[in-house]
Design a protein around this ligand. Structure first.
Ligand SMILES: [Mg+2]
Length: 234
């Protein structure tokens, strides 16, 4: 599929290696009961709260990726909007909930199936690097707790660099720091705009990680639904 000149593989972290939704759900479920939201919403199960929050969070991350909102705006709106939509005054949202969530969630260690074995396999053949649009502190905790640091030669966090994917400059910065160039680089990520089209735009090849098996857009050539597939492709 790819010519043998590939030397450097750049991975996205959230929703590609680290199972963001599963880890968030676990954390929110714990906190729902800790903060007695079951009484507040009069709902014994956290599922409706989590589903509503997840939709809001994805929408707000999309705006953040495109530089339309800031990090504090994202953090403020995702729970406030959820409260409003569930018919509860957002002023009742306890600030400590958000702080607790930010502390607990990155410590969770659910990864996509076959993440460790695939990274170990690829690490023997390629230089692996990470480019994440996440926040510095959260990224560092996730990598450490999930024992992922050992696979990556370079870790590029957009908050540190000051540029988010899909801006070409973050890919160019990453390649130049890794001492490589587009022809020998490959990007793997779940986000069509930030990861896949962002990489293609600077001349890198890219693989769309699509674990929810949504329909592949026509402009995307390479897609996997399980990380394990990388072991036969690469
Ligand atoms: Mg991602």
């Amino acid at each position: 599929m790819f010519n043998s000149t590939k030397k450097d593989i750049f991975f996205d972290l959230d929703h590609t290696i680290w199972d963001f939704d599963k880890n968030a759900e676990e954390s929110l479920n714990e906190l729902y009961f800790k903060y007695r939201f079951d009484s507040l919403f009069n709902q014994k199960s956290a599922s409706h709260f989590i589903e509503t929050y997840t939709v809001n969070n994805h929408r707000l991350w999309g705006l953040y990726h495109h530089g339309k909102i800031t990090k504090p705006e994202l953090r403020k709106a995702r729970f406030a909007d959820t409260f409003t939509q569930l018919g509860i005054d957002p002023a009742l949202f306890p600030e400590e909930f958000e702080l607790d969530y930010l502390a607990i969630c990155p410590q969770k260690t659910n990864l996509f199936p076959n993440a460790h074995e695939t990274l170990a396999y690829l690490g023997q053949k390629y230089n692996l690097h990470l480019i994440s649009n996440g926040f510095k502190e959260a990224c560092e905790t996730k990598l450490e707790k999930s024992n992922l640091n050992k696979y990556f030669k370079n870790i590029f966090i957009s908050e540190v660099i000051g540029i988010n994917k899909p801006d070409p400059r973050i890919f160019q910065f990453a390649m130049s720091t890794a001492n490589t160039h587009a022809q020998q680089s490959l990007m793997i990520g779940d986000n069509l705009d930030a990861d896949v089209r962002g990489a293609l735009n600077v001349g890198m090849d890219a693989i769309f990680f699509n674990p929810t098996t949504m329909e592949k857009p026509d402009d995307i050539s390479h897609m996997i639904v399980d990380l394990k597939e990388l072991q036969s492709i690469l």
